[in-house]
Ligand binder design. Structure first.
Ligand code: SF4
Length: 317
């Protein structure tokens, strides 16, 4: 006897998934494999996504945590999150052929940090302790010239030696709303604090947060496809929850607890900047096995950002 499935309307956020920086980083590893042949070493997860890392491993990439695990004479790629200055310096000292896949928008923050410190300013850096991007950005300036601000409470408590000679910068993948609150506290406490040129939170982070806000209001629950160590993916869960809807992070379709969807008639789906579209389709397929799914079209801003590849790989493209 045929059993009828419950209807489930899907609102799939737009934009979602891969950003230009992630796309470029993955392309750099793929082109390095094509140009030099396997193995190509990669320092840290190229982007925070197991599916992407496993796919590149299958093609001959070897992921390591530190440069001293890279043998002499093989190419090595640095991840999209950026690295402290000591890392390329060490690679050069060893004569390694390295390719830097740091997202150009992270590099832009690096250059600003350097310039501010050269001009004698102390930097208050808004970000999350231990994230590779934060480690990389702190590694652009001498020790002691940057202080990490993680929360509004940190912004209220931080003490600086010369309040007229400070600046703030931020990690690229933060919550737009939380960061605005932290910055307003810093600006209230230190009226002459210098702001970054333009926004440090990148276009992809802002667009994905706005896109999930737009659908969350019409959903009973939201699934975010991404990794727990992906800052921008975790922020998407928080943004949805703040809109008053329950939200969950899933690595891929098999992680979905179907029971969690009891009583849900409209489900929002989005994906962090390091999650490929194939994982979104896999989620839709799994849901279609349990529900009578209907995808409702969602409109969002069109992203046209494309970053140039390193010159040494252009010929392999
Ligand atoms: Fe670059 Fe933003 Fe993508 Fe990070 S999330 S790689 S900063 S575009």
């Amino acid at each position: 006897m045929a059993t009828s499935k419950n209807p489930l309307t899907l609102l799939i956020a737009a934009p979602r998934g891969f950003c230009a920086g992630v796309d470029r980083a993955i392309t750099i590893v793929e082109l390095a494999l094509k140009r030099f042949g396997p193995p190509v070493y990669v320092r840290h997860e190229i982007v925070h996504n197991k599916f992407v890392v496993d796919s590149l491993k299958a093609k001959g990439a070897i992921f390591v945590t530190e440069l001293d695990q890279v043998p002499d004479g093989v190419p090595v790629v640095f991840s999209a999150h950026g690295v402290p200055k000591t890392v390329p310096a060490m690679a050069e000292a060893r004569g390694l052929n390295y390719l830097d896949a740091t997202c150009p928008l992270v590099s832009k923050v690096h250059r600003q940090a350097e310039r501010l410190v050269e001009n004698g300013r102390h930097i208050l850096f808004v970000g999350h302790a231990g994230h590779p991007e934060v480690i990389g950005t702190f590694g652009q300036v001498p020790e002691g010239r940057m202080t990490l601000i993680e929360t509004a409470a940190d912004a209220e408590a931080v003490a600086v030696a010369d309040p007229d000679n400070i600046a703030f910068l931020t990690q690229t993948t933060l919550s737009v709303d939380d960061t605005a609150e932290i910055i307003s506290i810093l600006q209230r406490r230190f009226p002459s604090i210098k702001s970054p040129r333009g926004e440090d939170i990148c276009y992809a982070t802002s667009n994905r947060q706005q896109a999930v806000k737009d659908i969350a209001r019409r959903c009973d629950a939201v699934l975010v496809i991404g990794a727990p160590n992906s800052s921008n993916s975790v922020r998407l869960v928080e943004v949805a929850e703040r809109e008053g809807v329950r939200a969950r992070l899933v690595g891929r379709a098999s992680d979905i607890d179907i029971g969690w969807l009891d009583g849900v008639s409209t489900l929002g789906i989005t994906a962090g900047a390091s999650a490929p579209e194939i994982l979104v389709r896999e989620v839709v397929e799994r849901l279609a096995g349990h529900f009578d799914v209907r995808e409702e079209p969602v409109e969002g801003v069109e992203e046209r950002m494309v970053f140039k590849l390193p010159r040494s790989l252009e010929a392999a493209a």
